[in-house]
Design a protein around this ligand. Structure first.
Ligand code: C5P
Length: 257
């Protein structure tokens, strides 16, 4: 039996071993936790918008041949000019579409712009501008090897408590449980999917989720982790901008990035 026709051990159809890879980058959030100013994805890191760093991080993988950027609803023209001004590798096409009200809606709009020949789809937050290419490639490899959904994940440094959320901000919250830390992982992006699985997840799951893989879990399909990377952190608060610029400065010193 050829590699292409071999059923995946997980049961559902899997992406063929050499399936072309598209990356959907939701970048339509306002980023209110970062403070007032431009939409988060357009904030500069060392003079270049975060979104451009994110697009280049994904396009650094030689497997990624299409990048779909989901822009703020009023910003596709601005985003398109930014991408025109910051050349991608010749092998990589890009498309810009307007985003939606929620991250999930933005991802669905981006996914709808991916032509059917792309058997593998990555979903990557614009807010994780510095993900290393080895992490991107590890995710792609695991999907091409037959996993319907793959997430980069890291062990936690902090112990995590489940609480009964308070209604007043800052009020004490009763702790209801302490999950065993060794079994917990913090997940990052890019999350990788067999295209048909991600399309089905978006058609089926309507409640709000905070990541795409959890929609696949809700379909009852297996999701696996690969090692994440500390530089794939999400830029959420003002201090994260300082950290991101420090990472860029270290890269420039180390390898002339
Ligand atoms: O809000 P959060 O940090 O979880 O957002 C993660 C990613 O989803 C960001 O890159 C953000 O731009 C994107 N997003 C989006 N459309 C929305 C909300 C968030 O594309 N309506």
């Amino acid at each position: 039996m050829s590699d292409e026709s071999r059923p995946s051990p997980a049961g559902p159809p899997s992406a063929p071993a050499q399936a072309p890879v598209a990356a959907v980058i939701p970048a339509a959030g306002r980023g209110v936790r970062l403070g007032p100013g431009a939409p988060k994805a357009l904030r500069a890191l060392n003079g270049t918008p975060m979104l451009i760093h994110a697009v280049h991080s994904l396009a650094a993988s030689r497997h990624v041949s299409l990048v779909v950027v989901v822009a703020p609803a009023d910003g596709p023209t601005e985003v398109k000019s930014l991408l025109d001004a910051h050349a991608l590798p010749e092998r990589t096409d890009f498309v810009v579409v307007p985003g939606g009200e929620s991250r999930q809606e933005s991802v669905a709009l981006g996914l709808a712009a991916v032509p059917p020949e792309y058997g593998v789809v990555l979903v990557h937050d614009a807010a994780r501008p510095l993900v290393p290419v080895d992490t991107v490639d590890a995710v792609i490899e695991a999907v091409r090897d037959g996993a319907p959904a793959v997430v980069p994940a890291l062990p936690l440094a902090d112990t995590v408590k489940e609480v009964e959320p308070a209604t007043e901000p800052g009020a004490p919250e009763p702790v209801v449980a302490t999950p065993e830390r060794a079994r917990l992982r913090a997940v990052q992006t890019p999350q990788g999917f067999d295209r048909a699985t991600l399309v089905r997840a978006h058609e089926t799951v309507t409640e709000d989720v905070t990541d795409d893989a959890s929609m696949v879990e809700q379909l009852g399909l297996p999701v696996v982790t690969v090692p994440g990377h500390e530089e794939a952190f999400k830029v959420t608060r003002p201090l994260d901008l300082v950290l991101a610029e420090a990472v860029l400065a270290r890269r420039r010193l180390n390898d002339g990035y």
